[in-house]
Design a protein around this ligand. Sequence first.
Ligand SMILES: O=C(O)CCC(=O)C(=O)O
Length: 385
Amino acid sequence: MASTTSHERAVYLSSRRDATHVRNRSNAINNNANGGSGSRRRKAEPRSNGTIKSKSKSSFLSKEVLSCISVAMIILIVLLMGYTNLYNNESDSQSTSLGLYATWEEAPSSIHEFDHDNDKTVCRLPIITVEEWETGRYWEREVPVIVKNVTDAWPALKHWTKEELLRRYPDVMVGMGRSKDLGQTGPDDAGDALTKTTIRDFVVNHMHDTKTEKYVFDRKLNMPDGLLEDCQPYPMPTRMFAENRNVYKGTDIPDRLMWKDHLALTIGRDLQGLTFHKHNAAWNTVVFGAKRWILYDAERITKNITRLKRMTRDVNNPIQLTTPEWIRTLYHMDERMEEIRNYGHDCVQRAGEMLYVPWGWAHMVINIGDTVAVVSERGLNAMEP
Ligand SMILES: O=C(O)CCC(=O)C(=O)O
């Protein structure tokens, strides 16, 4: 190049500048076409920049996913809470449930079949006032009577509606059994025939179960306070004993003749009721519902057990009938009706009335509708708390 002219040098330099320019341009085009992967681009746009860009995009996405998950979880929690509430409400309403019918009165009642409206040809019982009962000291007599208006002042009228009884006394223990078994053993010795449960369980789960026929009639289970106070004033002589337990002290009245402050509760649906049995003198006061009674004179049967059997059973088929079955099939046969009309009573006891059964009288009962009653018997202690 030492021998080249200045013109030639100028041309040479100019052509090198052009070549570099073309190379740079084509590099730039290549870089663009390769998405910026060229070495120059790498230098100009460090990867760290790209990384930051893609990181912020993915963190945006994960925020979206996170918020979706949170919303889903909130919905799930709300749904779970709703279900739990529903479940709680359901079990609440189950535990406060009134069973099949909201009131005693709404339950089925066989009035048409079993309430004869105390037809005078069959119901010959004297119906007396509380004053007459007390001044006449009927509990010392041998005649059955019905006493009116016994429960007029009893708080039980308010406290023992179905709703209130279940609200106030759901956990009070009662003994339940089949009416037939209770009649068979007699209500005072029915121990083994009874299952202990609570008032609520009986009323809600058993009372209207037609398959099991359960009836609450447990004379030996004393009524706890509260229930007992709901029945005041008791009729005499129970009242006399309750007010002054020493009333019999120093007298030679035997224990079996005392009316102690022992009351028992009985609850049963339509058509339940004890089959024929007899015991010491007793009173039975209906608070709700009604009872049809067949009473058979003690004198007529005390020395004639065969007559009692013939009257109360079918001798050719000595299976124990329920009380409605007895009325339907046996009552009008073999002179039973005549016998009862001459030596017994066939009466309907209504709410508020007390029926007094003297010692030794055989009797059976049919509840007409849901029936709640209180019973007491002479000489019977409060056996269990
Ligand atoms: O109510 C009943 O089913 C039976 C009543 C009874 O036998 C009684 O009180 O002595």
